[in-house]
Design a protein around this ligand. Structure first.
Ligand code: GAP
Length: 517
């Protein structure tokens, strides 16, 4: 299936089956804002639990907090966001569409990368097992020419951004002949910086009202609570503070479903370390976080690191974990070595000493910080993209049936078990409810008695329920049920007493955690 079609199908499926809805849809929606439906919310909660427990439960030296969205306005001056948290925007005069100038250039570079990959794939097919990818990339003339082109574009682009030379960014777009994807026109406005922070007013009467911001990252709530947590938790360096919460950015372009939203959720962890040890921890967290993604069991080739070309004002090293979404490799998570920038800035602006006394070194210092920051919504989209599967099933009568199944890892699946009486009579519904009562306190379950059993299976496949049990006449006689596995569609007859144990073993995070710990 073409990747573009896959993406459209995922969006349609998300709506049809109660995962994601456009916000305020009955009023024609609000751009780049989404609501999560009944199954989407369960999936999101399970992702949060996976992340939270992997941080807070698996690490004795990481604790979690929940700071407010509203913060003192000076926080954002100290952090460097006021006046500097912006993206370069450009408009196409013919289509009237707005773009991020840097994204236009990045997309252009992605096309060259795709050309390189095509050459590599072609050669790999031709040479089979004897193919040496590295050697091919460093000797093939077309690949070398494209790599050279890429490095020149990147150098020019990064230099322009570092110098904040927006005229040069526009010139590069023109020189590369980049056209508006909608109109095909190259008629561009100048590039301008666009402020991403939402501002609002705090206070009931206009005289006491002060301008405050909706936080564009959750991290600052952790920095300003560093002292509180370190002291009350008697934390010793190295230690981390984790948080999950909403963040807001007035994104210029938001056309990729829940990939780029104006209101979204982040799962961030700030790890406080000794100055000079930050690169060691940066490498360690890169590895741990990559394992976290891969432990879910999806195709490992879809994840890669991408080091930042241009570092943020607070960082001395930064990398992204990218995932191959249906629209290409894009950032899923950022891992940043933020130095002592944020804590030092808050120390200066607040006038409060923000330091750590290190008994082993017998000295005070402002800790350095390594941050891991993953978008909850992007993780959700990564899981949906990996899970959405269309299958053709050959029936015994020779007919071919089709099903859409979400192969969501069982530990993350919104519903763990569907309890289905075969018919609505003969005491089967009563027996089914009796069984449901033995598992519903520990697992999210669904009870369904309407429609044929085949239709009910398909509905559960479509929301990713890993197990269905069917209560039939034999259940009444022998206290057994058939249990159906979502992925293999195999059915097995088991004793009713076994259901709880099977669900416990197959849906817990234990296996996944064992791969990252
Ligand atoms: N505290 C560091 C920070 O905020 P970032 O790279 O700007 O770094 C971290 O954001 C993560 O937050 C990204 O990797 C992405 O997963 C998520 N994210 C950022 N902007 C987003 C948006 N507009 N919509 C959805 N997720 C977003």
């Amino acid at each position: 299936m073409a990747q573009e079609d896959l993406f459209k199908k995922i969006i349609a499926h998300s709506k049809e089956y109660g995962f994601v809805f456009q916000s305020s849809e009955i009023y024609d929606g609000l751009s780049a804002v989404y609501d999560y439906g009944q199954y989407g919310t369960e999936l999101k909660n399970n992702i949060k639990k996976y992340w939270w427990d992997s941080m807070v439960k698996l690490h004795e030296n990481i604790v979690g907090i929940d700071s407010a969205i509203f913060m003192h306005p000076t926080v954002w001056k100290a952090s460097g966001h006021v006046g500097a948290f912006s993206d370069p925007l450009i408009d196409n005069k013919d289509s009237k569409k707005r773009y991020r100038a840097d994204v236009l250039i990045e997309d252009y570079m992605a096309k060259i990368e795709a050309k390189i990959q095509k050459e590599v794939d072609k050669a790999a097919k031709k040479f089979g097992d004897s193919f040496d990818e590295e050697q091919f990339k460093s000797t093939n003339i077309r690949v070398l020419a494209n790599r050279e082109k890429l490095s020149e574009i990147k150098k020019r682009f990064v230099t322009a951004l570092e110098k904040d030379d927006l005229a040069e960014v526009k010139k590069q777009i023109e020189d590369l002949g980049i056209a508006c994807p909608i109109s095909g026109s190259k008629n561009w406005t100048d590039v301008r910086q666009f402020d991403l922070m939402f501002e609002t007013q705090l206070g009931s009467v206009s005289e006491d009202a002060s301008n405050i911001y909706l936080r564009p990252e959750t991290a600052q709530g952790i920095f300003v609570n560093y002292l509180n947590v370190q002291k009350t938790g008697r934390m010793k360096i190295p230690f981390g503070i984790a948080q999950i919460g909403k963040a807001f950015r007035n994104e210029i372009v938001a056309r990729q479903f829940i990939f780029r939203m104006r209101e979204f959720e982040q799962m961030e962890m700030q790890f406080f370390v000794r100055p000079g040890e930050e690169m060691k921890w940066f490498e360690a967290w890169k590895e741990t976080r990559m394992k976290w993604h891969k432990a879910l069991g999806f195709d490992e080739k879809k994840f890669r690191f991408h080091d930042h070309d241009k570092l943020a004002h607070y960082a001395n090293a930064a990398t992204d974990i990218e995932f191959e979404f249906p629209f290409g490799f894009k950032e899923l998570e950022g891992i940043h070595s933020r130095t002592d920038y944020d804590l030092s800035q808050h120390q200066e602006y607040s006038g409060k000493k923000i330091q750590y006394f290190d008994p082993e070194l017998n000295k005070n210092y402002v800790p350095y910080v390594v941050e891991t920051s993953v978008g909850l919504d992007r993780t959700f989209l990564m899981i949906l993209s990996n899970s959405y599967t269309e299958e053709k099933i050959e029936q015994e009568n020779g007919k071919v049936d089709e099903r859409v199944v979400l192969k969501i890892p069982a530990s993350l699946a919104p519903v763990k078990l569907a309890v289905l009486p075969l018919v609505r009579k003969d005491g089967l519904p009563e027996k089914a409810k009796e069984i449901l009562n033995t598992v519903k306190y520990d697992f999210n379950c669904i009870y369904e008695e309407k429609d044929s059993i085949g239709k009910r299976y398909r509905r559960q496949d479509a929301i990713g329920t890993p197990f269905c049990i069917t209560i039939d006449h034999e259940t009444i006689e022998s206290n057994t049920v058939t249990i159906r596995d979502r992925d293999t569609m195999q059915q097995e007859r088991i004793a009713v007493e076994k259901i709880h144990e099977i669900l416990t073993n197959k849906t817990s995070f234990k296996d996944v955690f064992s791969k990252i710990n």
